[in-house]
Design a protein around this ligand. Structure first.
Ligand SMILES: [Zn+2]
Length: 216
């Protein structure tokens, strides 16, 4: 049985063929939300994003996607991007390709679009798993700024965790499911406002990556 110590850490994975930031000096960042869609918190997140005219990327779980297919439709209608977070949130990812395919099928059935980016639960991934995912045609997308909203540290701390660590090209980790996300919902508007005050634009992961390849 795999233990945490037998898996590579996110930082090790980042060093080896994963996407966690754009190489750019331009002030543009991507907000990403994991573990949804959730019937209560995801609509709240979507309302804020719509009000502020922001497009983001949602790494959905297959099991949540199947149960909330109308929310998947709304994600796409609102202009957001859908990424793949596996089906069951199995940290060890014992059936990694099956999990990715199951989630992709749930997303495709609801929206007619496929998932391209895969984010492993917890960011954990072995090198063998990374190679397997690449062979399957997916890009492993991690993050470079962790809001740490998963710790429920308080709304102000979540805002600070983002604003103290943000940089041009950053991918920001947040959550819209898996647990009650009241603090995330409360922090989201202030984060968007603070980023814009500092001159940042917000984009989906694909938009961010496009900018990246333009520079190369
Ligand atoms: Zn997750």
């Amino acid at each position: 049985m795999l233990t945490r110590s037998s898996l590579t850490t996110p930082s090790l994975v980042r060093a080896d063929g994963t996407y966690y930031k754009a190489n750019t000096q331009e002030k543009i960042v991507a907000l990403t939300f994991d573990d949804g869609p959730d019937p209560i918190d995801t609509p709240e997140v979507l309302n804020i994003l719509k009000e502020k005219n922001v497009r983001a990327t949602f790494f959905v779980l297959g099991q949540a996607a199947e149960a909330n297919s109308l929310l998947l439709k709304r994600l796409v209608l609102d202009g957001h991007e859908i990424g793949n977070h596996g089906f069951t949130h199995d940290y060890q990812q014992r059936h990694i390709i099956e999990e990715i395919k199951g989630t992709d099928q749930a997303v495709f059935a609801a929206t007619g679009t496929h998932t391209y980016y895969y984010r492993p639960p917890g960011g954990f991934l072995s090198k063998v798993q990374l190679a397997t995912i690449k062979k399957n045609g997916n890009i492993v997308a991690l993050w470079s700024v962790d809001s740490k909203d998963w710790r429920n540290p308080g709304t102000k701390q979540i805002v600070d965790n983002v604003m103290k660590n943000v940089f041009p090209g950053a991918i920001i980790l947040m959550h819209d499911g898996g647990y009650k996300r009241t603090q995330t919902v409360q922090a989201l508007g202030p984060i968007i406002d603070a980023l814009r005050e500092q001159g940042y634009r917000l984009a989906t992961l694909s938009e961010l990556k496009m900018l990246d390849s333009e520079i190369k």
